[in-house]
Design a protein around this ligand. Structure first.
Ligand SMILES: [Zn+2]
Ligand SMILES: [Zn+2]
Length: 126
């Protein structure tokens, strides 16, 4: 469910040799990059047409596997704000009294809360 939402915000920055994805926090505007996952066939690009079909299929399979792994990881770093429906990083996502929401919405609605991740803990995680 949450993954379906995340996929919409996911940007592909994969190259021919590795898979990488990024997400933008709509509150602070910071990009979060996944750890690049190397493509198993990296460096073995082929010119033979038949082999190329297989290479492309392997790339596609690797890409899908990498995307799923990154989504599993991104769930631990992002939330969807129930008020503005933006993608929000844990530094900008606040646990308020009744409901959690992003910093921007909390400010607008005069709510207060604690971020999911305190600023001081961030450097250890990113
Ligand atoms: Zn943020
Ligand atoms: Zn919001």
């Amino acid at each position: 469910m949450m993954k379906d939402e995340l996929i919409k915000y996911m940007k592909d920055c994969s190259t021919e040799d590795e898979f990488c994805f990024k997400f933008l926090c709509s509150s602070c505007g910071t990009w979060w990059y996944s750890k690049p996952i190397p493509f198993s066939q990296a460096g073995s690009r082929v010119s033979d047409e038949n082999k190329k079909v297989i290479y492309d299929a392997l790339y596609r399979r690797g890409w899908i596997n990498a995307r799923n792994a990154v989504l599993d990881d991104a769930i631990n770093h992002f939330s969807i704000c129930p008020i503005c429906h933006g993608l929000i990083c844990d530094r900008c996502f606040l646990i308020c009294n009744e409901i959690e929401m992003c910093k921007n919405c909390a400010e607008r609605l005069h709510e207060s809360g604690k971020p999911v991740i305190a600023e001081t803990a961030v450097s250890l995680i990113f």
